[in-house]
Design a protein around this ligand. Structure first.
Ligand code: NAD
Ligand code: NA
Length: 396
């Protein structure tokens, strides 16, 4: 079939298998160009199919020759109906990994469930024995609690008072005011249940109890801080409470892994266009200004550049892992640079529908958004008849 993007709000209903494959190949090429990392050999990535998790799987495999198990929740294709991009990304990743002689298997299911944890543990026991690194990179709006069966929903709301600020509809470029009502106590608690650290800890406990974590095993989850303009809706909002919980969980995990000299870290990453971040109000306007400034300064990075740097310069640089005063790894250091943020503060006030094309990088935002779904890649013939029924080797 001929596959075209079909946009519906913050998502695209179609995905292009050849474009997703190109995306994976581009990321592999980048990681290889940076040379070998003296890193982990057996890696589990939870949330491995898109965004930071996919970049982590690629960096593990092609930077450090690691065997990888990837867990994700994606929709498979049906005749005439494309899969979700993470499905095609994972299919392409496995093919590339297998061609390079690397072990790669995937589990498509609900990572919050006990069943998927068990399935992964059995896979580790059968194939790899133990794991050296666990990357936890889930982004989900809902979580079915494994003990109670209750379905929790996360929200993106300010706490305490209504938040009003600018935002942009990145499809139209229209800059407008958005007002978001404050969260209830229940909203806060639910968001912490979905995006906080409880499930991360459950994964680490299950892996440890099954004796499938190697001596010195490390685990990393991803967090975000960001600038003042997004603070009310992000870091000081409901999602921020969940990130506070996630960050506190890193210390609990380190404690629980003491006898195997294991470590739990949170890495604070840069703001990037992903399926998760496009849905957060205010963030797309911030990102379009940020991209422009960081590209001008030659310090712009995507997920793969961020994670390659996380491995090479932080986790596996040979020395102590550098952390901030709260024990967090910071690869948002370039985003948070004083010269970058002071320019954001100025441009934020000035930005309008009329000038955003010039003072912001709306084109870059749109390009990245299309890329998420496998569209807009050079070297892909989008007019060609394309097989949508691409399967993941280890799953089908
Ligand atoms: P993403 O949407 O690209 O990836 C989410 C991953 O989680 C996908 O692999 C998806 O399949 C998987 N997933 C979702 N629900 C699942 C479930 N129930 N079971 C199994 N897998 C499931 O998101 P992302 O932007 O890469 O975010 C990953 C992490 O990085 C999040 O914790 C996010 O807060 C953090 N982060 C994101 C940004 C950003 O700007 N995008 C910045 C800093 C930190
Ligand atoms: Na991810």
């Amino acid at each position: 079939m001929i596959i075209e993007p079909r946009m519906r709000g913050f998502i695209c209903l179609t995905a292009h298998p050849k474009g997703c494959e190109q995306n994976v190949k581009n990321q592999i090429k980048y990681v290889k160009s940076k040379g070998k990392i003296d890193g982990p050999k057996r890696v589990l990535v939870v949330g491995a199919s898109t965004g930071f998790g996919l970049a982590s799987r690629i960096t593990s495999a092609f930077g450090s020759d690691a065997a990888t198990i990837g867990v994700f929740f994606e929709k498979e294709p049906a005749p005439g109906k494309t899969a979700t991009p993470g499905w095609y990304n994972s299919a392409a990743f496995e093919v590339e990994a297998h061609n390079a002689g690397l072990y790669a298997k995937s589990v498509n299911g609900d990572a919050f469930s006990k069943e998927v944890k068990e399935q992964v543990i059995n896979m580790i026991k059968e194939d790899l024995g133990q794991i050296d690194l666990v990357i936890y990179s889930l982004a989900s709006p809902v979580r079915m609690h494994p003990e109670t069966g209750v379905l929790y929903r996360s929200t993106l709301k300010p706490i305490g008072q209504t938040f009003t600020n600018k935002t942009v509809d990145f499809h139209t470029g229209n800059v407008s005011q958005v007002s978001i009502d404050p969260a209830t106590e229940e909203d806060i608690a639910n968001t912490v249940v979905v995006m906080g650290g409880e499930d991360w800890k459950m994964w680490m406990d299950a892996l440890k109890n099954a004796n499938v974590l190697a001596e010195g095993a490390t685990t990393v989850a991803y967090s975000y801080i960001g600038p003042e303009v997004t603070e009310a809706v992000y870091r000081k909002g409901t999602i921020g409470r969940a990130k506070d919980h996630l960050e506190a969980t890193a210390f609990e995990i380190t404690d629980a892994l003491k006898d195997i000299n294991g470590k739990g870290y949170v890495s604070v990453n840069k703001a990037l266009v992903t399926q998760a971040s496009s849905a957060i109000p205010v963030i797309p306007l911030y990102i379009s200004l940020l991209y422009k400034i960081m590209k001008e300064k030659g310090i712009h990075e995507g997920c793969i550049e961020q994670i390659q740097r996380l491995y090479a310069d932080r986790l596996y640089s040979g020395g102590e892992v550098p952390v901030d005063e709260k024990g967090r790894i910071r690869i948002d250091d370039w985003e948070m640079r004083e010269d970058v943020q002071s320019q954001i503060a100025t441009l934020w006030g000035e930005s309008t529908t009329e000038n955003l094309v010039e003072i912001g990088d709306l084109a870059g935002y749109k390009q990245d958004f299309l890329n998420l779904f496998g569209f807009g890649f050079e070297g892909v013939d989008y007019n060609a008849d394309t097989n949508e029924m691409v399967m993941i080797p280890s799953i089908s």
